[in-house]
Design a binder for this molecule. Structure first.
Ligand SMILES: NC(=O)c1ccc[n+]([C@@H]2O[C@H](COP(=O)([O-])OP(=O)(O)OC[C@H]3O[C@@H](n4cnc5c(N)ncnc54)[C@H](O)[C@@H]3O)[C@@H](O)[C@H]2O)c1
Length: 498
């Protein structure tokens, strides 16, 4: 095995991050293919809080991705033949190791992605919860017996692992998006080739170190970093790959959908959103403000399920805007590793430019900046958390996913009016609303066109929920027992003469 970065620390800027880790071997600068750490460090992974280069990692391409698929193909039969309990035990060990190393994993995550350390710890914990959940689910991949019209025949439907799976993940949740895909795949008996986001590959590599320690055999989990389009093409088109799970933008999801159609490949797509967050006039306003804060501003608004457009009913509009802005103005911006910081940097300058474009467009349409609205004095990609009032329903910010700390508050008259505005979007990932009217709760929850609805709650992610979207927000579900369905196929066996 190529030595971990520890042995070569002096060569790279990784040394300062490494010196803060309890287990420095978690920081890797090689890819993980067929149980070996391979490749030559090439492209830089930067810390968005200070712009320093953290480390360089390999820039692999189509040939390496093909090698990884072949490794996964070789490893598949033996992994699939283990008993469910054996696979479950290995996943359980992986979970234990993730928890034992949660501080290190969170520090790596914040260093490459920027979110405050407390949020990074939360992400590691939910990431681990997926592993724990699917360690348990591994033992519940049941089949069924189906009565037939023939007295001498029995029909069994069995569920088998689909085979080699590709996984492509984004930078906004570099830990939990990986475990949410890899743990059900491994639990089902599948093997995986994972391509993490280029901005945040270090969390993926650290998880692979722990998977290896947990006893995941060589070739069962492979990590390939580098050139996304050719790697993605291999994962979508190689005949050995039977499923590709993707989390990322709708545009890239559509490219993968087309590529996967060539080999009639099963695809899971967790794509972009444009979540409405509605506050009715019978709501508990303080609770709605708390919910809006957690939904909109966690991860600096770079969350697929985060509130993107806020709607407040006429009667409580001013009160909601005032209370929300007061809390937002108190947020502390800075390096996510510093105590008390609630808003880290955005991932890059492109993200800042999109927020600015959305603010400029809304202001042109008559919106007012109540708080924030500009780059932070800290420079780089730090942006002041922002609240806009008097935003028109047709403003760009209400049509597109902003992916930044910007809450545009739109006024509405009645329930029918707001449901129409919520559903007037090609996206349908998450929706939120606050109301204490029980009749309205069911009516509105059923009317909203989205895969997930938070009622009086701004936080809806849990490993026991079937996470996913409708319309252009995606296909399939991750997490819960339904998350296992992506990784198994049903075969029926008709047995006559029995
Ligand atoms: N629905 C969900 O569960 C969910 C969760 C998190 C993020 N997201 C969405 O992800 C987006 C933000 O993430 P992002 O900017 O990393 O998205 P992205 O689509 O740019 O990148 C996602 C991944 O795809 C890879 N990629 C890029 N081009 C590719 C290509 N041509 N072929 C194969 N792979 C390619 C990237 O390297 C990365 O690993 C937002 O739209 C957000 O809503 C969705």
């Amino acid at each position: 095995m190529t030595p971990p970065v520890a042995a070569r620390a002096a060569q790279s800027a990784a040394s300062s991050l490494q010196s803060r880790l309890k287990d420095p071997s978690l920081l890797r600068d090689r890819c993980y293919i067929d149980g070996a750490w391979v490749g030559t460090p090439e492209f830089a992974v930067n810390n968005p809080a200070n712009g320093t280069e953290l480390i360089r990692i390999p820039q692999l391409g189509a040939d390496d991705a093909t090698s990884a698929v072949e490794a996964a193909q070789r490893a598949f039969p033996a992994w699939a033949k283990l008993t469910a309990k054996q696979r479950s035990n290995i996943l359980r060990k992986w979970f234990d190791l993730i928890i034992a190393n949660r501080e290190d994993l969170a520090l790596i995550l914040t260093s490459e992605q920027g979110k405050p350390l407390a949020e990074a710890l939360g992400e590691v914990d939910i990431g681990a919860a997926y592993v724990e959940f699917f360690a348990e689910e591994a033992r519940r991949v049941y089949g069924e017996t189906i009565p037939t019209q023939r007295p001498d025949a029995r029909l069994l439907a069995i569920r088998q692992p689909i085979g080699v799976c590709g996984a492509i993940t984004p930078w906004n949740f570099p830990n939990s998006m990986i475990t949410r895909k890899v743990s059900p795949a491994l639990a089902a008996g599948c093997t995986v080739v994972l391509k993490p986001a280029n901005e945040t590959p270090l969390s993926a590599l650290a998880l692979a170190v722990l998977a290896e320690k947990a006893g995941v055999p060589k070739g069962v989990l492979n990590i390939v970093t580098g050139d996304a389009p050719p790697i993605g093409k291999v994962l979508c088109e190689h005949p050995a790959v039977r499923f590709v799970g993707f989390t990322g933008s709708t545009n890239v999801g559509k490219i993968l959908y087309r590529q996967a159609s060539v080999g009639v490949k099963k695809l899971g797509l967790e794509l972009g959103g444009n979540a409405p967050f509605v506050v009715f006039d019978d709501a508990d306003i303080d609770a709605a403000v708390e919910g809006a804060i957690v939904s909109k501003y966690r991860n600096m608004g770079q969350t697929c399920v985060c509130a993107n457009r806020l709607y407040a009913q006429d009667k409580i509009y001013d009160q909601f805007v005032e209370k929300l802005s007061k809390k937002v103005a108190e947020m502390k911006i800075g390096d996510g590793t510093e105590a008390g910081v609630t808003q880290g940097p955005l991932i890059n300058m492109k993200a800042i430019e999109k927020v600015e474009r959305h603010i400029a467009d809304a202001v042109k349409g008559g919106a007012k900046v109540v708080t924030g609205g500009k780059r932070s004095a800290l420079g780089r990609s730090f942006f002041e958390p922002t609240v806009l009032s008097d935003v028109r329903p047709d403003a760009l910010v209400a049509q597109e996913e902003t992916f930044g700390p910007l809450a545009p508050v739109i006024r509405f008259k009645d329930e029918a009016d707001v449901i129409a505005m919520c559903n007037a979007s090609p996206f349908g990932l998450a929706s939120y609303f606050y109301s204490r009217d029980i009749g309205r709760v069911w009516r509105v929850a059923e009317a909203l066109e989205s895969g997930m609805v938070g009622v009086n709650s701004g936080l809806i992610t849990t490993e026991v929920a079937p996470f996913g979207g409708v319309k252009e927000s995606g296909l399939g579900r991750e997490g819960s027992r339904h998350g296992m369905d992506e990784y198994v196929e049903i075969k029926y066996v008709m047995m006559a003469g029995v």
